[in-house]
Design a protein around this ligand. Structure first.
Ligand code: ADP
Ligand code: MG
Length: 474
């Protein structure tokens, strides 16, 4: 994956001109974020960070990632319906990880009461890097799958036009015409609209459950607008609003301020800091309700790192997806080495292996949102401290993926224009709707490419490390 732009990268005046055009194009296209200083007001906004140039992505791997997405949708959906698997897989984790334990408690509670809704809506994003090992050809390896609040489907729908214009400014109109079109926000809205329709009450609304800090509101608005265009009402609420004003009727229909809610779309609720006691109560109310939840709590649990690790055990995929041998093969081909740190001889061996060679691995807790993983010397120190304690089971171990870096410019508001050595992560959005036992919709909905400087081991766009990008297929 040599950078396809080597000729222009060194032409500093051309780069400077292109960067100025790029920033204005991003603003015009709506690649926007609220500012750190005023995260909840749109009076002052800025462009969301993005690369000056689109990054090279091998087309075979791009196609492979799309081709496996329906399989992953089916897999996540199957896991969410498999109580025995979730119970068994998360047994060790919930003993030591309070957050997962709390989610799990709500999961058991709603199952005991009986589910009030038989329609399920899944929106996920499966993320990959292109592993080159020491010096091999790139291979598609999954980093993780996000089953709740997977973001940037909106803003990334708008980066293609920006990068297309940059390439034209740099004298590459041919290349500009080759950027693959992308519109995840439409695909996500299609799924939400389908769930809304199956809910079957034309006056009911879709509720976006949003965080306290809403810097990324424009990303969500892209999806909202697609729903409004279909004449579906959208409201934006927080857990706090649900706690104060949400209620269930005798059929467990969910009402907010007297409005019936057909679909709850979580852009919140994925990290411990999203919850206080009242918010946990609100979450329970939502899960008990008849509204379609995106995701329901079982699907959120299906996206934990612990589940990801257990999926890589020989025989597990076959058990979860009987009769789908080809899907199993496609899914397994994307797995990197994943290792359990459960107590016992297997976990002891894994801990010793990681401590002996920490640079080969990543140590991951059950957290989302970037910035939580441990690498290198930190990994070694933490694991040495907890290697004999059950605390180690709150983590999983994963082979470190080694993509080949390429040069690019990362454009950020108030930052000088500077060339960086970068690596990229490709995400594919998946959408599915199930009614009872029938998958009525199962689709890949678009892609997201995020790029960061190599010196950052971890962190996404929201965390201020990665920036939005567009794949240039090679
Ligand atoms: P989170 O839920 O916090 O997003 P991820 O598993 O996606 O957790 O890890 C966060 C980031 O860490 C990724 O975006 C990627 O940059 C890096 N990372 C995660 N796993 C690996 C891996 N196995 N090899 C190399 N980098 C990784
Ligand atoms: Mg991630």
């Amino acid at each position: 994956m040599a950078a396809p732009w080597e000729d222009v990268l060194r032409d500093r005046p051309a780069i400077q001109e292109a960067a100025a055009v790029a920033v204005d194009a991003a603003l015009l296209q709506g690649v926007l974020m609220r500012t750190e200083g005023q995260p909840n007001a749109s009076d002052v906004v800025n462009f969301a960070p993005f690369t000056l140039l689109p990054s090279a992505v091998p087309s075979a791997l791009f196609e492979q990632a799309y081709a496996v997405q329906q399989d992953f949708n089916m897999l996540v959906d199957a896991i969410s319906q498999n109580k025995e698997f979730l119970e068994h897989t998360l047994a060790s984790t919930i003993k030591v990880d309070d957050f997962t334990a709390r989610l799990f408690r709500i999961y058991t509670q709603v199952l005991e009461e009986g589910l009030a809704q038989s329609v399920f809506l899944g929106i996920n994003r499966s993320d990959y890097m292109f592993d080159c090992g020491v010096d091999g050809p790139p291979a598609l390896k999954q980093i993780e799958i996000n089953t709740i609040a997977a973001s940037f489907g909106g803003l990334t729908s708008r980066t293609v036009a920006v990068h297309g214009q940059v390439l034209k400014v740099l004298g590459k109109p041919q290349e500009a015409s080759r950027l693959p079109p992308n519109n995840p926000s439409r695909g996500l809205a299609l799924g939400i609209a389908k769930a809304w329709e199956l809910y079957g009450s034309p006056s009911a609304v879709v509720m976006f459950l949003v965080e306290k800090v809403q810097r990324n509101i424009f990303d969500q608005r892209c999806v909202e607008n697609e729903l409004w265009n279909r004449n579906i009402r959208v409201i934006r609420k927080r857990f706090r609003d649900v706690f104060e004003k949400g209620s269930l009727d005798e059929a467990r229909r969910l009402y907010m301020d007297g409005q019936e809610v057909a679909v709850v779309y979580y852009r919140e609720g994925y990290v411990p800091s999203n919850y206080d006691e009242q918010n946990w109560e609100a979450r329970l109310l939502l899960e008990r309700s008849r509204a379609v939840k995106c995701p329901d709590i079982a699907t959120q649990l299906a996206g934990t790192k612990k589940v990801q690790q257990e999926l890589s055990r020989p025989g597990t995929l076959e058990r979860l997806l009987p009769g789908h041998a080809e899907a199993v093969t496609r899914i397994r081909a994307t797995f990197a080495g994943l290792y359990s740190l459960d107590m016992g001889a297997e976990g002891d061996k894994v801990a010793a292996m990681a401590i002996a060679d920490p640079d080969r691995f990543v140590l991951k807790p059950q957290r989302e949102g970037g910035g939580n993983n441990l690498y290198g010397e930190d990994l070694r120190q933490v694991l040495e401290k907890i290697r004999d304690s059950p605390q180690r089971t709150s983590y999983i171990l994963m082979d470190k993926i080694k993509p080949r870096p390429a040069m690019n410019y990362l454009l950020r508001a108030h930052s000088p224009l500077q060339e960086s050595e970068c690596i990229s992560e490709l995400g594919i959005f998946g959408v599915y709707v199930r009614r009872g036992s029938e998958l009525v919709l199962n689709k890949a909905a678009g892609h997201l490419l995020r790029t960061k400087a190599v010196e950052h081991a971890d962190g996404g766009v929201a965390a201020g490390v990665a920036v939005l990008d567009t794949p240039y297929l090679v």
